[in-house]
Write a protein that binds this ligand. Structure first.
Ligand SMILES: *Cc1c(COP(=O)(O)O)cnc(C)c1O
Length: 299
């Protein structure tokens, strides 16, 4: 099997990562709206919030981030995962992000807190632009519809990547639809309804462009085998994959997303589920390595 790596970890802006592709289209919309404040939510170690903070400070718009150390779908054991300081949190402080830190709770609690915080800012007279978690709007997905053009001619048998809030997956799914490239998302959170959410986001993208096709939830290949204990918790297989690629190629993965996806790629290759010419889309996230308590050697 021939593995190529698409290095979105090296795109450069705000330490790189896949969120830059979404911000390329989100930020002009923020400016066109006349907003003076952008608000979003996520985990304290969110890569999206880090790149969003960089983009907002560049264009002179305030960036408010409503965060939890670890939002969850299913409650997690205490003491797992990344530290709440250093890593992306430290970079966000340098960028001047205004943090609203909540105690851990469910994603729905976080989304409600985002809405409440936006209402409070509007009451203060701010002109607020709300961005959902991970920048996953139709415009965010458009960034990845465009990105798909960069690999279409390479005619890969499959593209494998970490999937979470969905705009990476829906953009690539539409962008590579009708080609011979299978679009294989490796889930990094265990929400079972993910494919429905991705399909809804994809429909919004198809209406925005507009595109003649409409993908259904069953058109999205979302693989839940490599999530591990939950969102934001490094997995044993992921840590082993992170060490493997670092030691073999000098390429670092991140513990929360790309390491789990690469663990998936290795397992799928072993099982014969993928083969031929495969693209691993490295979505970045490497600053989160520095929020790990230790190297997290696979036991
Ligand atoms: C956000 C993120 C993803 C997932 O992308 P979505 O578009 O949210 O599905 C994957 N990898 C990294 C490193 C990320 O930060």
């Amino acid at each position: 099997m021939d593995v190529w790596i698409k290095r979105d970890d090296l795109t450069g802006f705000g330490f790189g990562g896949n969120k830059g592709r979404k911000l390329e289209y989100l930020i002009p919309d923020v400016l066109a709206s006349g907003a003076d404040t952008v608000i979003t939510c996520g985990s304290i170690q969110s890569n999206f919030i880090r790149q969003l903070g960089a983009a907002c400070s560049m264009v002179g718009v305030a960036c408010v981030a409503v965060v939890m150390d670890k939002p969850y779908e299913f409650e997690l054991p205490e003491g797992n995962g990344l530290r709440a300081e250093s890593g992306n949190r430290l970079l966000g402080d340098i960028l001047g992000i205004q943090w609203e830190v909540l105690p851990n709770g469910t994603w729905d609690t976080l989304f409600e807190a985002l809405a409440d915080c936006a209402t409070a800012l509007r009451a203060e007279g701010k002109v607020v632009y709300e961005i959902p978690v991970g920048g996953s709007t139709a415009l965010g997905a458009y960034g990845f519809l465009q990105a798909a053009n960069e690999i279409r001619e390479a005619a890969f048998d499959a593209v494998v990547f970490a999937s979470s809030s969905g705009s990476t997956h829906s953009g690539l799914a539409y962008g590579l639809h009708g080609t011979s490239t299978r679009v294989l998302g490796v889930a990094c959170d265990p929400e079972p309804e993910i494919a429905e959410e991705f399909a809804a986001l994809g429909q919004a993208l198809a209406e925005l462009v507009p595109l003649p096709i409409r993908l259904q939830p069953s058109d999205y290949s979302v693989d839940f085998r490599f999530v591990g204990a939950g969102y934001g918790i490094p997995s044993e297989a992921g840590q082993a994959a992170l060490e493997y690629l670092a030691q073999r190629e000098g390429i670092f993965l991140d513990p929360i997303y790309s390491a789990k996806a690469f663990a998936g790629l290795l397992e799928m290759a072993r099982n014969g589920e993928i083969g031929g010419k495969v693209c691993f889309w490295h979505t970045g996230g490497t600053p989160a390595i520095f929020a790990q308590a230790d190297a997290g050697h696979a036991q």
